[in-house]
Design a protein around this ligand. Structure first.
Ligand code: URP
Ligand code: ZN
Ligand code: ZN
Length: 465
């Protein structure tokens, strides 16, 4: 199948020009001023539209057992929703069951995704323990295309690992030419604060935020950077939520440590006053790290503009309000942590970033696609528009205004009964989406379901062709 995308404004992380793009099979075959003479099976008119590399969301949790339940989107519904929002690749988190092989964890996640996804996907591996005898597994994972790991300083008794496991895994990851992703929050201290709050009868959803001080996130970031520096491994701080933590990233970078950080739309658009809503409603936004005081948002936007923050991911981890969030009706400690957003990321970032004049169009592409491709061994197969790259392409309408709502059929395909951004009006909206040359969404309508593939990623600093 050959598809000609005509008259569009092609924007990558570095370029911005008007051109036609010819897709042949799964890849981009030609880019030129006027390709009208090229033979094509179909023509897509992209006049007045942006032609962007498909979004890459490097942080999703589909079909994830967590908090006594399982995240509400699986690889079928989650990747479809992502596609509608202009994301064509996700990096999801496979989990090692404590005491078992990481390779077995990988097998489990392959089984969850196989044959279900509409867009391409890759996996990080969550390490929950790493005795010495398992270290060689990390090399085998790399051979399987798993070139990054997530470890947790948070959630004691669940996903938490101690500093010894961190250091051991960091060293091995560094030696293997792979990257560490860090959930940086001092979970041990936070658990003490939580215990005291619960003893005082402070159990409403807002106490989730009030028991997780930003200083404990900053401490985690500081510690992770110090350990990575000594272990010599490139570090990626996930879901950074506040100015305190960002300051630690800046300090580490200033002394030359290879650390980059991700933030998420929830920390740019929402703040902790939302937990004051009536009754149990605040549970919808019980996520970790928690939403912060609003002033942090300006610091995060600055970090994005000046490159101390490298990517914007969603940390999409949806739980229905009914039945799932309600597990914590009697205490915030039992509310499954996480919120939906995989579908809304591109519009939110375009609106808050480009339309509001905070970041350039090139930076928007870099933050939502290219930087993740480079950090996680997907570039230049993914993350750009170039001859030979996968034809993961988004035709994006920079003028279209939509109000995000669980009831808006254009903004909500996620399998969850609420929207974290209910009522937020955004300028900039995905219209048509190609995944490796297949039109999967055309003019906001689903055209092709399925066909997403696992992508084996390259190591740190390597190219993926
Ligand atoms: O609340 C969150 N973020 N849930 C997902 C797990 C994690 O820590 O990323
Ligand atoms: Zn996390
Ligand atoms: Zn997460």
């Amino acid at each position: 199948m050959r598809t000609l995308i005509k008259n569009g404004r092609v924007v990558t992380a570095t370029d911005d020009y008007f051109a036609d793009v010819l897709v042949d099979g799964e890849t981009i075959a030609q880019i030129g001023k006027d390709l009208s003479s090229a033979t094509a099976d179909q023509v897509i008119d992209a006049k007045d539209r942006l032609v962007l590399p498909g979004g890459i969301d490097p942080h999703t949790h589909f079909d994830m057992p967590f908090g006594g339940t399982v995240s509400a989107d699986d690889f079928e519904t989650g990747t479809l929703a992502a596609a509608f929002g202009g994301t064509t690749t996700v990096i999801d988190f496979a989990i090692q069951t404590k005491g078992e092989s990481t390779l077995k964890g990988l097998e489990t996640w392959h089984a969850k995704a196989e044959g279900k996804a509409t867009i391409d996907y890759a996996f990080h591996m969550i390490i929950t323990d790493m005795p010495y005898e398992r270290l060689p597994e990390m090399r085998r994972l790399r051979d399987e295309g798993i070139t990054s790991y997530k470890l947790f300083m948070a959630y004691p008794g669940v996903l938490y690992v101690d500093d010894g496991v961190l250091y051991r895994s960091f060293r091995q990851a560094g030696e293997n030419g792979t990257r560490i992703c860090m959930h940086a929050e001092n979970g041990i201290v936070i658990d003490e604060i939580i215990k005291a709050a619960v003893e005082d009868g402070k159990v409403e959803p807002k106490w989730h935020a009030l028991t997780r001080p930003t200083r404990m996130e900053a401490e985690g970031v500081h510690r992770a950077i110090a350990i990575a520096e000594v272990a010599r491994v490139p570090l990626y701080i996930v879901h950074l939520s506040c100015s305190d933590a960002l300051e630690e990233v800046k300090r580490g970078r200033a002394r030359g440590v290879d650390v980059v950080a991700e933030t998420c739309p929830q920390y740019l658009f929402l703040d902790q006053t939302i937990y004051e809503r009536d009754g149990f409603e605040g549970a919808k936004w019980v996520m970790t790290p928690a939403l912060r005081e609003k002033w942090n948002q300006d610091a995060l936007w600055q970090g994005l503009k000046f490159r101390d923050l490298e990517t914007i991911a969603t940390d999409h981890c949806p739980f229905c309000f009914k039945d799932q969030k309600e597990l914590g009706k009697d205490s915030f400690t039992k509310i499954p942590n996480g919120a939906p957003g995989v579908e809304n990321r591109m519009s939110l970032v375009y609106d808050g970033g480009v339309a509001k004049g905070r970041i350039s169009l090139n930076r928007f592409v870099e933050l939502t696609s290219t930087a993740a491709a480079k950090a996680f061994g997907l570039f230049p197969k993914k993350g750009t528009i170039a001859v030979g790259s996968d034809a993961d392409i988004v035709i994006f309408d920079p003028e279209r205004v939509e109000t995000i709502s669980v009831d808006n059929p254009r903004t909500h395909h996620m399998n969850v009964d609420y929207s974290a951004y209910e009522g937020v009006t955004v300028q900039g909206f995905t219209e048509t989406v190609l995944s490796r040359g297949r039109v999967i969404v055309r003019n906001h309508k689903l055209e092709t379901k399925g066909g997403g593939r696992f992508v084996k990623r390259a190591g740190t600093g390597e190219l993926l062709r």
